[in-house]
Design a protein around this ligand. Structure first.
Ligand code: PRP
Length: 174
């Protein structure tokens, strides 16, 4: 089925917001070793832009979990698909996420990574659907709090489509 897309947050607004977030992160972590952990796949575009706007050195790693698969709604179950390559014990870690919905994915990851003894563990998300939260969780850095629209583009997918779009768009079933 074809979907109709409507631009919701144009790429120029996304980029301005990322510059702001990057300034805050650079200020907080200056003089510390920071590992940015990208939660695949949706956050890959955000990570790529975020790290290039930082004014501090960082290392990056990737972790992959899945709770949605091809469904538009969370199944509530989180599966670890790919673990980190780096040892995060004693390191400052910032989880980079594209969107928080129920919060179930991040809660799982925070518990998993906290058990490895990082020096600090924080969360940076581009989008936050606060009204959909099912578990208590507040990100440390947020780009945009958004209403409960199904959004795609800038890394976010609908059945694996549309991740490549530069704008964040709303999907309207056609
Ligand atoms: C999306 C998104 C978050 C998660 C948020 O990932 O990237 O990781 O869902 O939902 P939650 O707060 O309800 O747990 P998805 O499982 O769709 O994988 P993807 O990033 O590979 O598209």
């Amino acid at each position: 089925m074809e979907q109709q897309l409507e631009v919701f947050i144009p790429s120029r607004e996304v980029h301005l917001k990322i510059q702001e977030i990057a300034r805050d992160i650079s200020r907080e972590y200056r003089g510390k070793r920071l590992i940015l952990v990208c939660i695949l796949k949706g956050a890959v575009v955000f990570l790529a832009d975020l790290m290039r706007n930082l004014s501090i050195p960082v290392t990056i790693d990737f972790i992959s979990v899945s709770s949605y698969g091809y469904a538009a709604r969370s199944s509530g179950k989180v599966r670890l698909i790919k673990d980190l390559d780096l040892d995060i014990a004693g390191e400052h870690v910032l989880l980079v996420e594209d969107i928080i919905d129920t919060g179930i994915t991040l809660k799982f990851l925070l518990q998993l990574l906290e058990s490895r003894g990082p020096a600090s563990l924080k969360v940076c998300t581009l989008l936050d659907k606060v009204e959909r939260r099912e578990v208590s969780l507040t990100p440390d850095y947020t780009g945009f709090v958004i209403p409960d629209h199904f959004v795609v583009g800038y890394g976010l997918d609908y059945g694996e489509s549309y991740r490549y779009l530069p704008d964040i768009c709303i999907v309207n079933p056609g």
